[in-house]
Design a protein around this ligand. Structure first.
Ligand code: TYD
Length: 230
């Protein structure tokens, strides 16, 4: 059986937790805090992110995220994210799980189901097939979805930007602003709908101070994986 093909988080192999949510949900901060806690307890872990994690995946990341002049439809994005995921799984995630490490990953295939599927309209079955070829069936033991209202995610993103025009919200026609908001609404609804029918996906309220959200995440992982986080 492929590592990660079963739920649980038993102690004979590592435990794979992916963090998800819209931009501005606070994933990277919570991953940093959880990894600090693992270091303090002497639990071996790896933190990684998608798209990225390997040299090939970082190069693909550049094509997808840093070349806005390239036109990519939903299927092209699916294929590129999946190529990046393939190398990430083979070179980083599977070896870490085989060593028995905890893997904390910033985004995984749930992002594809939500962004390319729910938000961009690529059929779920197409995504399922391509993803399964890319990952060999490897799935996280748990997805932690940090849920924030679109307005909160957008204002957190703005706080981080020295030049808010980069976000495409100021100084641009209302239509573009509205499209960005609509897209983010589809992303949020997509996460909530998928979480409602998949027991590997847990939603955590991402509104509040970093400490408050950390406590919520901490009690969730302690409940799901008592041997590592209890
Ligand atoms: P990134 O700069 O990593 O920021 P963050 O994860 O903090 O939002 O952006 C990753 C972007 O790529 C984000 O908009 C979600 C998108 N994405 C997909 O559309 N599909 C995918 O499969 C993945 C992994 C990411």
């Amino acid at each position: 059986m492929a590592a990660g093909a079963r739920a649980g988080g038993g102690t004979d192999r590592g435990c794979f937790i992916a963090f998800e949510g819209p931009e501005g949900a606070g994933k990277s901060l919570q991953i940093e805090r959880l990894s600090r806690r693992l270091s303090e307890c002497g639990v071996p872990y790896v933190t990684t992110r998608e798209p990225g994690g390997t040299a090939a995946a970082e190069a693909i990341r550049e094509v997808i995220l840093e070349r806005p002049e390239l036109r990519l439809d939903g299927i092209a994005e699916l294929l590129l994210f999946s190529a990046s995921r393939r190398m990430h799984v083979e070179e980083i995630i599977r070896p870490a799980l085989e060593r028995g490490d905890v893997v904390l990953c910033d985004r995984f295939e749930l992002s594809t189901r939500v962004y390319q599927g729910c938000a961009r309209g690529v059929p779920a079955e197409t995504i399922r097939r391509v993803t399964s070829a890319a990952t060999g069936g490897l799935l996280p033991d748990l997805y932690v979805v940090l849920d924030v209202p679109v307005s909160v995610g957008l204002s957190r993103q703005l706080e981080r930007l020295s030049d808010p025009e980069q976000l495409g919200l100021f100084g641009l026609p209302d239509r573009i602003e509205l499209e960005k908001r609509r897209f983010m609404e589809r992303v949020r609804t997509g996460y909530l709908e998928l979480a409602a029918r998949d027991e590997r996906i847990e939603t955590v309220d991402g509104v509040g101070t970093p400490d408050e959200v950390e406590r919520r995440v901490g009690s969730l992982v302690a409940r799901r994986f008592p041997s590592r986080f209890g």
